[in-house]
Design a protein. Sequence first.
Length: 279
Amino acid sequence: MKKITPKTKLSEILKINPDAAEILFEEGLSCIGCPMAMQETLEEGCLAHGMSKKDIVKLIGELNKKSEKKKGEVKEKSEIVRGNKIKKIYNKVWELAKPYYEKGRPMDIDHIKWHIKTATLVCQEEEIDDTLLLPLVILHDVGYSKISDKNYSKIDVRKLHMGEGAKIARKILKKVKYPFEKIEKIVYYVSIHDSWAMGNNKEYNEDLVLGTFNDLDFMWTATPRGFYEIMKIFNKTPKEMIDFLEKDEKLEKRPFSTLTTKKLYNQYVKDRKKELKWH
C-alpha cells in the first residue's frame, strides 16, 4: 500500500487516506482545502504552519496508521465523519437524506457532513437541543434535489428548495418514527431556514436553535471547502470573499447566537486570511 511521506503532495494525500483532511485540520493545516496549495508537499505545508520536523514525523505516522486501519476495516454503514457519537436515529435520517443530496448541489455531501460534526460540538458546548438542531442540519438542503435551476442565489430558487425540503424532511422523519411534536418543529425550521434572504431576521434572533443553525450555515462559507466552493458559485475573488465574511449583513442583523459559533467562525476567517497571505 502506498505510504504518505514528507514529499507527498497535498493533492495526493486524500487519495491515499480519505480521513486525512480531518487529521490535518485538527493539527491546524487548513490549507488542505485551498486549491492554491494542493501542489505543495506535506512537508512544505507543515513548515509553513510552523511545525517542527519532529511534529511532521509524528503527523506522518498518524496519517499512515489511520490509512492502514481504514483499509483493513469493513466500511461502516454510516458515512458521517468519524469520531462523532451521533445517536442511531440521526444516522438513519442521514442515510435516508443522502440520496437526495447526491442529486443536489455538488458540494452538499461535504456541506452536510461538516454541519453534522460542528453542530454536534456546538450542542455539547452550549447545551442546545440536539434533537432539533441535528435533524435540521441533516435535512435543511434536501430540497435542492428537486431544483433544476442552478442559480442558487435567486429568491424563487431559495423559496422552492425550502418548500420541497420541508416535504422531504417530513417524509424522512416519519419513516424513522421521530417524535411527532419534534417533526412539526423541524419541518417548520426547514421550511423557513433561508428566509433571512427575504428579510426575516427576527425569528433567528429569538429562536436559539434556528439562530445557531444560521450561524453554522453562514460559517460554512469560511471553511476550507466552503470558502472556495462559494467563491466559484458567486464568481468572487479571494479578497472579495474575505470582505464578504467580514462585512456581510448577517453579522449585524443576525449576530451569532452562541459564544462557541462566534469563536469557531472567527478562527475560520483568520485561517483563510493566513492562506491568502502565504499564497
